[in-house]
Structures are given as structure tokens and as C-alpha cells.
Design a binder for this molecule. Structure first.
Ligand code: ATP
Length: 237
């Protein structure tokens, strides 16, 4: 197995608040890895630190054998890591196509951009249908697809998904998880953060359970789903 990303003893503070307290985990190339844990466990903070939006107090983030914890966000995107933020954050007032275009802001080659549009429209036919529509008029599920499509426009090796199922109707939740699996099967490695631990672990190769800034447990998705402690704390029984 090739390790794509290794997070090593990561510590992240907000002023005096110690949000991430020495977290270590790794993601092998081709995997879906899920971080689960309650509100405030530090999941979003970890993603933002990988993306270069936050600077860690200490620890390392090693991506493709290179330390990236001091790199700025655009450089991290250029290296092949794209984040889909919690709450989607699509640009309202811009069309679906304009939103997607934002995702390829680093690409200069017009043919590449065209190719990526074709791939994203192929993956999300609904976005093609609505390509001239204002992003704000899309449903929650469609906005999630748009946010994912926007990240894919950067042609990432690793996609970071922050609570993709949050606030969606059950029918959309299943669809989003199916799409995550498909994206992964087509060669993109996935780091998935979810409150919906059951769904996340059921598609994950491996998972890590976070509590108040620390990794409490790790295992394969199956192992964690079968674990009594995990069931009690995160799977509703
Ligand atoms: P959620 O699911 O609510 O996003 P999370 O597991 O992603 O939870 P984080 O958002 O990473 O957790 O938050 C970790 C800790 O850091 C929490 O105690 C939170 O209150 C704190 N925190 C998060 N953002 C900030 C901030 N901008 N300023 C101060 N404290 C923050």
C-alpha cells in the first residue's frame, strides 16, 4: 500500500483553545477513510489544517512524502488536495457553470478545463441540466453535488469531504454516499468526515473515532461498525 497522506501528532489551537491534541492517522492511496466523532471533536479543524487554511501549532502533515503543513491553501490545491466544505458554500448569484469554473482556477489549459466540465457533467447530469441556473436556486442535495463537482474540477488526488450528508433528505443522503463511492472507484482517494457514522463507516475502508481532539479508536469500517463502544456512542444503540 502506498501512503498518500500521513498526519503525525497534529496539534491545532484557536488562541487558547486546544482543538486538536496530537492526532495521527494515515490515508493509503485509493482508500476511503472516515473520521467520525461528536460535534466539536475537532474534525473540521483537522480538514482545514490539511487544506492549509489553518496552521498547526505542531505536528506534521506529509502528503506524497512531502511535508505540507506550512503550505498555503492554493499550493495545497495545486498539489492535488481539494476540500468540500461543510455547508457546501456554493457561490450564490453565480451560475452552476461559473461555480464549477471556480474549482479550476489554477488550470490554464482550456482543453483540460473543457475535459473536466465534461467529466463533472457526466458524473452529475442534474448539474448539466441546470448549468445556467443560479446556484442559490438548487436544492440542498444539488448544492452538495455542485460543491463536490467544484472540488473535482481541480482534478484532485485526494478529496476532503466535510459532512456531505448534513441537512439532506434521506433520498439525497443515499445518493451522495453512492456518488462518494463512485468517485473513489474512479481513482480519487477520499477523506470523509461525517456525523452520520453508520453511513460513513459502511462505505469506508478504514475509520478513526475522534473525541475532544484525540483519536480514541481506529479500525476497518466493518470493525468499527461492529464495535460495542462505537455502537453505543455513535450509532444510536
Ligand atoms: P462540527 O461537527 O461541529 O464541525 P468538529 O468535530 O468538526 O465539529 P471543530 O469544528 O473542529 O469540531 O471544533 C473543535 C473545537 O474547536 C471545538 O471545541 C470548537 O468549539 C472549537 N473551535 C472551532 N472553530 C473555532 C474558532 N474559529 N474559534 C475558536 N474555537 C473554535
Amino acid at each position: 500500500m502506498i501512503v498518500l497522506l500521513q498526519v503525525d501528532n497534529l496539534v491545532v489551537n484557536y488562541g487558547v483553545i486546544n482543538a486538536v491534541k496530537g492526532v495521527s492517522f494515515k490515508i493509503n492511496q485509493g482508500e476511503i477513510v472516515s473520521l467520525i466523532g461528536a460535534n466539536g471533536a475537532g474534525k473540521t479543524t483537522i480538514l482545514k489544517t490539511i487544506s492549509g487554511l489553518l496552521k498547526p501549532q505542531s505536528g506534521k502533515i506529509i502528503y506524497q512524502n512531502k511535508e505540507i503543513q506550512s503550505q498555503k491553501a492554493p499550493k495545497v490545491v495545486a498539489e492535488g488536495i481539494s476540500q468540500v466544505p461543510e455547508g457546501r458554500h456554493v457561490f450564490s448569484g453565480l451560475s452552476v457553470m461559473e461555480n464549477l469554473q471556480m474549482g479550476s482556477f489554477l488550470e490554464r489549459d482550456r482543453n483540460q478545463i473543457k475535459q473536466r466540465f465534461a467529466e463533472v457533467f457526466d458524473r452529475f447530469p442534474i448539474l448539466k441540466q441546470r448549468k445556467h441556473q443560479d446556484a442559490a436556486t438548487l436544492s440542498g442535495g444539488e448544492q452538495q453535488m455542485l460543491a463536490m463537482g467544484r472540488a473535482l474540477m481541480a482534478n484532485p488526488k485526494l478529496i476532503l469531504l466535510d459532512e456531505p450528508s448534513m441537512g439532506l433528505a434521506p433520498i439525497f443522503i443515499n445518493e451522495i454516499f453512492d456518488i462518494i463511492k463512485e468517485i473513489n472507484q474512479q481513482g480519487t482517494t477520499v477523506l470523509l468526515i461525517e456525523q452520520n457514522a453508520k453511513k460513513a463507516l459502511s462505505i469506508a475502508d478504514r475509520g478513526y473515532v475522534l473525541a475532544t481532539g484525540s483519536v480514541q479508536m481506529s479500525g476497518t469500517g466493518e470493525e468499527l461498525l461492529a464495535n460495542r463502544e462505537v455502537q453505543k456512542a455513535y450509532l444510536g444503540g
